[in-house]
Design a protein around this ligand. Structure first.
Ligand SMILES: Nc1ncnc2c1ncn2[C@@H]1O[C@H](COP(=O)(O)OP(=O)(O)O)[C@@H](O)[C@H]1O
Ligand SMILES: [Mg+2]
Length: 286
């Protein structure tokens, strides 16, 4: 049974008014437990709207959202428990930090869940560890931290609830390449340690290609593709038509192929590309 199942889900903002916007349309999607799904698509394609349906922040204007086989809106009283099971970290989450100390900020979720003091402390320490925050930072004010550290605190706050499904909306936005890599490594590590299902929204192919088990491509409010990384990138032309950037290294291989060099175009990391070129220059198969 898929852990997430969307059946014919649509969402129209301000429905029935002149300002109505159809943000997602007729989404049918099954996500299996344990996947790391990279969600990509151009700005305004519906990524954030889609993920906000998964923990009940938004209610579909049509269709059903099932988590663990249960329609999350069947019993409205249960929606609170869905928010604990499906942890969602918004884009630029550091703007939502508000407590006096980092510890208090990270413990906000576990406290709401009604955990004991001891359990709260353990959850905070575990989450701080996942995101690589040193213990001495826990007593500082979140406002005294660097941008990258604040981002980690915000992500730790969601991880501290120990959600079965972790969703991060553009967690690397605005960070430099080093900061981006650190956050991505941390997400991969978290999934390995916890076995949770992770959904990662990004508009960067480079970010998601190397780490995702599946890629979900949103285009104009609809799911255009949901497949393995290789299968998605083998449709590079369609992606380009959607205005999505195929990684540069993949484009190089596509161009080589178009020129008659016998290479595959399913290359999406520089490392892999180098290996294949070396092999090609040695006269081997690529
Ligand atoms: N709160 C909102 N009210 C009205 N329209 C919205 C709101 N949030 C998003 N939209 C619109 O819905 C569409 C999808 O937006 P969004 O889900 O934020 O896409 P993405 O995350 O892929 O950039 C866009 O046309 C956007 O302008
Ligand atoms: Mg968005």
């Amino acid at each position: 049974m898929p852990i997430i199942s969307l059946k014919n889900v649509s969402h129209t903002y301000s429905q029935g008014t002149p300002l109505s916007v159809s943000a997602i349309e007729n989404i049918n999607l099954d996500i299996e437990s344990g996947e790391l799904v990279g969600i990509i698509g151009h700005t305004g394609s519906g990524k954030s709207t889609l993920v906000q349906h998964l923990n009940g922040l938004l209610k579909p204007t049509q269709g059903t959202v099932e988590i663990d086989g249960e329609d999350i809106w069947l019993n409205k009283k249960k929606i609170r428990s869905v928010r604990f099971k499906v942890g969602l970290c918004f884009q630029y989450p550091e703007y939502q930090l508000f407590e006096e100390t980092v510890f208090k900020d990270i413990s906000f979720g576990p406290k709401n869940m009604g955990l004991s003091k001891e359990e709260i402390k353990n959850s905070v320490l575990r989450a701080a560890n996942y995101v690589g925050l040193k213990e001495e930072l826990l007593n500082k004010s979140p406002f005294d931290l660097s941008g990258g550290e604040k981002r980690r605190v915000a992500i730790a706050g969601v991880m501290a609830m120990n959600p079965k499904i972790l969703i991060l909306d553009e967690p690397t936005a605005g960070l430099d390449p080093k900061g981006r890599k650190e956050i991505l490594d941390m997400i991969v590590d978290y999934r390995k340690k916890t076995g949770s299902t992770v959904l990662l929204v990004s508009h960067s192919m480079e970010d998601v290609a190397g780490i995702s088990s599946k890629i979900l491509v949103m285009n104009k409010s609809k799911v255009a593709m949901y497949d393995t990384v290789d299968n998605v990138f083998s449709r590079a032309e369609e992606l380009e038509n959607m205005g999505l950037n195929v990684p540069q290294i993949t484009r190089i291989f596509m161009k080589l192929k178009a020129k008659g060099v016998s290479v595959d175009s399913n290359v999406y990391t520089v490392n892999d590309g180098c290996k294949r070129l070396v092999s090609l220059m040695k006269g081997g198969n690529v």
